[in-house]
Design a protein around this ligand. Structure first.
Ligand SMILES: Cc1cc2nc3c(=O)[nH]c(=O)nc-3n(C[C@H](O)[C@H](O)[C@H](O)COP(=O)(O)OP(=O)(O)OC[C@H]3O[C@@H](n4cnc5c(N)ncnc54)[C@H](O)[C@@H]3O)c2cc1C
Length: 418
């Protein structure tokens, strides 16, 4: 019987770990006098326990289903159920709302560990936690939190619906409209590329209530599937095939006035802020993916001999492996740095963009090399190594393409240097 990942560490959270400064100051580590300057991979006991529990869940429960889910392009319902049972779908949510009340870094660790085994399961957990739950935690009223967060912690999957066919990078050009009708809003339009949407029951929908105000008319609404959200198409994809990505239609979707989240016309602000955080989640997904590919391929290079010696010991191979280990370490440092800065209340937009950009680059590079290191074996679907490479491509696309990350970083540099 598997121990629930976060449910198991709950007792540590309440009074035992007060105040909740669980960042660089774990008591497990001896510190010199003066300010603490621990390494970036210093974790609290709670975070470390979480990592180990998620590793067990990923290996024992997710691992055996990865290939079948990929081939069928379908998430196994027992995996979704398992994520909820493990307490991994309300990581930062308060205990009052059924969550684990843990740190942002805990969410990042869970996303990373899941991606080592299956990036599809990882992104399901990521979108649900870092986008959907966070919007409720940060911007919803107390009444809205009381209503929605317990469901999102317990068993209802969430989706974040911003992109449309004509508005991707230029997200605020969205065409979905909402009109007030008494004590309801009527939403018309459609969304494209929506993660989790095939299995989800709770949807955060961005629609414009007053196009004359441009992006300042964008408003965030919460709706449930049974209100009449239609799945128009489920995409067939190159990678993360078990993660559902659908086009959704809203045809006079009637949403109660009380379902506006964060205020009328403030959806743009909410989306920008939330995607800045979410990017650290994608960085963690890509970091885990790179490590997963590395872990799958490197042992093989020491067991496979050619010309009388293990192939991993030829200098041409050994140096590539060493270089890949450095690549992964740099992505890890960037990702944890962005996460810790967020927790410490420091600015983190530039750091999040750097982490997301770089983790995507190295995920693609390392997973591609992993195929080469394992030769013909790595090219077959049996080993799962080629899947990491297919899954890596999405890192450079969703939650802001690599060009958009570079644009963000460049704007900061220009501000700092001009
Ligand atoms: C599998 C998957 C899951 C997704 N999940 C979600 C989700 O859950 N919710 C959601 O709302 N959206 C989701 N998306 C949408 C995703 O965020 C967008 O695909 C992404 O923002 C890019 O938009 P686009 O596809 O329209 O590409 P475009 O914006 O058309 O970009 C095409 C190319 O042009 C480049 N480009 C665009 N503008 C600039 C510029 N100013 N400067 C330089 N280059 C530029 C891009 O970098 C890219 O290379 C998902 C997408 C995919 C594929």
């Amino acid at each position: 019987m598997l121990r629930p990942a976060l449910r198991a560490v709950k007792p540590l959270r309440a009074s035992a770990v007060a105040p909740r400064a669980r960042t660089f100051t774990s008591t497990r580590h001896v510190r010199n006098e003066g300010p603490s300057l621990n390494s970036l991979d210093t974790f609290s006991d709670e975070e470390q326990m979480l990592r180990e529990s998620v590793q067990r869940f990923a290996t024992d429960i997710v691992g055996p289903k990865v290939r079948e889910m990929d081939e069928k392009e379908q998430m196994d319902p027992t995996v979704v159920k398992g994520l909820f049972e493990q307490g991994l779908m309300g990581i930062e949510t308060s205990a009052e709302h059924g969550g684990a009340e843990s740190s942002f870094t805990s969410a990042i660790i869970a996303i990373e560990e899941l991606a080592k085994v299956d990036p599809s399961v990882s992104v399901m957990c990521d979108v649900h936690n870092t986008l959907v739950n966070t919007i409720f935690r940060k911007y919803a009223t107390k009444e809205q939190q009381d209503k929605w967060l317990p469901q999102l912690s317990e068993n209802k999957l969430g989706s974040f619906c911003l992109s449309e066919s004509a508005s991707g990078s230029d997200a605020f050009a969205l065409q979905t409209r909402a009109k007030k009708d008494g004590d309801h809003w009527i939403i018309n339009g459609s969304k494209m590329w929506i993660t989790n949407s095939y299995e989800a029951e709770i949807f955060l929908i961005f629609a414009n209530i007053d196009p004359s105000k441009g992006y300042k008319g964008i408003t965030c609404f919460v709706a449930t599937k049974d209100m009449g959200i239609q799945i128009a198409k489920k995409e067939q994809k190159l990678g993360i095939r078990a993660s559902s990505t659908c086009t959704l239609n809203f045809d006079d979707l009637k949403v109660p006035a009380a379902n506006v989240i964060g205020g009328e016309g403030l959806g743009y602000k909410l989306a920008i802020e939330i995607l800045n955080e979410g990017r650290i989640g994608i960085a963690a997904q890509m970091l885990g993916l790179a490590q997963g590919a590395f872990n799958a391929a490197v042992p093989y290079t020491y067991s496979r001999s050619q010309f009388g010696q293990p192939v991993g010991t030829f200098q041409g191979m050994a140096f590539q492996i060493a270089q890949a280990a450095i690549d992964i370490e740099t992505a890890r440092l960037l990702t944890y740095n962005a996460a810790r800065r967020k927790e410490e209340g420091k600015s983190f937009t530039k750091e999040a963009a750097m982490a997301k950009y770089w983790s995507s680059v190295i995920a693609q590079r390392v997973s591609g090399q992993a195929i080469e290191w394992t030769g013909g074996v790595g090219f077959t679907r049996e080993t799962g190594i080629e899947k990491f490479w297919r899954d890596s491509k999405i890192g450079a696309i969703y939650e802001g393409t690599s060009n958009i990350q570079l644009q963000t970083i460049a704007k900061f540099i220009q501000k700092e240097y001009s």
